[in-house]
Design a protein around this ligand. Structure first.
Ligand code: M6R
Length: 613
């Protein structure tokens, strides 16, 4: 949801900012812009479309400068256009600002500024902020940092901003509230970005800005951070664990395909050091260190959005089956406004790949205020959710760049499995033998996933038959129901084909009316305790002329004899089946989208990290 980059130093400012925008493009890609400053001058270039367009636009422009800020946008206020693209600037052209987030009271602020004679040229909330900073600075004859602080005190909303001024060269003022910003400290140069990817090759020393902090970044001077009361904060430098190779496609045509094929390794990384003694023991430090909280939990509430919400549904089943604890799963966006009843005996688990999803972060805040123990499951080290929860676990699957989540989903499900096993051992709800058996299966999962990836050529051929279907149903029961939801979401996101995930048995209560020869159903039917039940669901679809693609366990004969197409996966215990059955669905949506020549890594209207409500 919008990417911000800033740079002050002796390097090639334009090049560093543009490369940074390419790295952050996954966060939003409807328009991009750059403000290039040097003493007494700021050049602003911005265009609708991706960063490539901006680069073409800048070809014959003066990009010589000593400091600058840049932005890649995911529109909230005002359609994607050259004019609405960031940076926005004050009417006198002195100040330029980039923003990620939304200013909720922008209309009121705009009216007040108009009364003072300000004129506006865009439909954005951001232009209001830059005009406000400029007006305050003018009225009070104050420094840029003071004007930013006073302006932000009047703002209601979420933001990460970077501001520069013509009359304050080689300086960037940055601030955040509920949107991420990280500062990279190099040798005589300082970077600023929405995440650390733009500067990973330059420095590993990073400072994560906290909510309501303002950073003063100046060339040749130490970084300063203040709170809104103008008190100086201690600077806490952390070491970044990220390598440049993790941000490249590594020979794959798309990040999504790379990330699908990385899963044997990412799952290995996810379980490393957590399933030990040859599978005999499962150790999740976040749980073991907070035994009492989990042992005394009256119930567990899981909050998440999108794919992470699907992983949460699987988590609910795992926790209920293994630990016999009541579990509720909530969309974070609904939970936050539902006046939820939370007590200090509840454990709230927040799941988020990015660790920055605004709704999930808000749900965390509510749970903490209500006194619950809040546990985060995230992928991005140092992101807001891990920093705002009492404890948690990283899924350790490496950066996920493709907007459609794949390896993060299997990592989340794996961590939830480990979490349930760890609690089950503490509570004694599973025998040692049962735990060991699961532990040993978990160790085999990366190899099994590798085997499932061998289905890729078969799925690629199959995708050709269904590329032009206009609607799909995805059906599953038990552990396979959330897999059906996730399969449908993947198809929608990257191929723009309408797809619905449904509990297979619910189909007869309505959606069955949709079935005809034009409406394929993808049925997730591994050989589990609901297998016989789902056989009859396949028959119901077939007898109404619908075509069926079934994901079945190797050696299946019953469904294989009815379904139009079958994809066979190896047998694993039912509780581990979602990790296995989801892989063919990821590949199916990928190949269908490729056949339709869609941009699978940056699907239209989406953004990787949703930092607005
Ligand atoms: O970063 P998060 O896991 O909190 O993100 C939640 C959703 O925005 C995300 O899963 C989204 O649904 C993906 N595009 C799914 O592929």
């Amino acid at each position: 949801m919008c990417g911000i980059v800033g740079y002050v130093g002796d390097g090639n400012v334009y090049k560093i900012l543009i490369n940074g925008l390419y790295r952050l493009e996954y966060r939003g890609y409807d328009s991009a812009g750059i403000a290039l400053g040097s003493a007494g001058k700021i050049n602003i270039f911005k265009t609708v479309g991706k960063v490539d367009n901006l680069v073409n636009f800048c070809k014959d422009k003066d990009t010589d400068c000593t400091f600058g800020i840049a932005h890649t946008r995911w529109a909230t206020h005002g359609a994607p256009s050259d004019c609405n693209a960031h940076p926005h600037y004050s009417e006198d052209g002195n100040i330029a600002l980039v923003h990620n987030g939304t200013i909720e009271n922008y209309k009121l602020l705009k009216e007040a500024l108009e009364e003072h004679g300000c004129r506006f040229h865009t439909q954005t909330d951001t232009e209001v902020l830059v005009q406000l900073v400029s007006w305050i600075r003018h009225e009070n004859q104050c420094t840029l940092v003071e004007a930013v602080r006073e302006a932000l005190k009047q703002v209601i909303g979420a933001y990460a901003i970077a501001v520069i001024a013509k009359d304050d060269p080689d300086t960037i003022v940055a601030a955040r509230k509920q949107s991420p910003l990280v500062i990279g400290i190099g040798d005589n140069e300082t970077f600023l970005a929405s995440d650390a990817t733009p500067f990973v090759e330059y420095t590993k020393d990073v400072v994560y800005l906290e909510d309501e902090q303002i950073a003063l970044i100046r060339k040749g001077k130490p970084l300063k951070i203040f709170n809104f009361e103008n008190e100086e904060s201690t600077i806490n430098v952390k070491k970044l664990e990220l390598s440049i190779s993790q941000l490249e496609k590594g020979g794959y045509p798309h990040f999504m395909l790379k990330e699908i094929f990385e899963q044997p390794n990412t799952l290995l990384d996810c379980i490393r050091g957590r399933v030990v003694q040859g599978g005999k023991k499962v150790v999740l430090n976040g749980v073991n260190d907070n035994k009492d909280k989990f042992l005394n939990a009256r119930r567990i509430i899981i909050v998440a959005c999108g794919t992470s919400w699907h992983a949460s549904l699987i988590g609910k089943r795992l926790l209920q089956d293994m630990c016999r604890i009541p579990v509720e799963v909530e969309y974070a966006s609904e939970f936050r406004y539902s006046n939820p009843v939370i007590t200090p005996d509840d454990v709230v688990i927040a799941i988020s790949q990015s660790g920055e999803t605004a709704d999930t972060l808000a749900a965390v805040e509510i749970a903490r205020k209500a006194g619950a123990f809040v546990y985060g499951i995230s992928n991005v080290v140092g992101s807001s959710i891990p920093r705002n929860t009492d404890s948690g676990t990283y899924i350790h699957v490496g950066p996920e760049i493709g907007v459609a989540s794949t390896k993060a989903f299997t990592g989340q499900v794996m961590v939830l499995t480990l979490l349930a096993l760890t609690i089950a051992e503490l509570k004694g709800t599973m025998t040692q033998l049962e735990i060991e058996e699961m532990g040993q299966w978990i160790l085999r999962i990366p190899k099994i996933v590798e085997e499932v990836l061998g289905l890729a050529p078969q799925i690629e051929r199959l995708s050709l038959i269904y590329t032009y279907a206009r609607n799909f149903l995805y059906l599953g029961r038990g552990y396979s129901y959330p897999v059906a939801l996730e399969g449908a979401l993947k198809l929608k996101e990257i191929s723009y084909i309408h797809a619905e995930g449904y509990p297979a048995a619910e189909m007869k209560h309505g959606p069955i009316a949709l079935i005809d020869a034009e409406m394929p159903s993808v049925i997730i039917a591994p050989n589990d305790h609901l297998y016989e039940k789902i056989v009859s669901n396949v028959q119901q679809v077939k007898s109404r002329g619908g075509s069926t693609i079934a994901i079945v366990t190797k050696g299946d004969t019953e469904i294989s004899s009815i379904a139009n197409h079958v994809l066979e996966v190896p047998k694993v215990p039912e509780m581990l089946s979602p990790i296995i059955t989801t892989i063919p669905l990821q590949l199916l949506s990928y190949y269908i989208a490729i056949n339709k020549e869609k941009d699978v890594d940056m699907p239209r209207n989406l953004a990787k990290s949703v930092t607005v409500e």
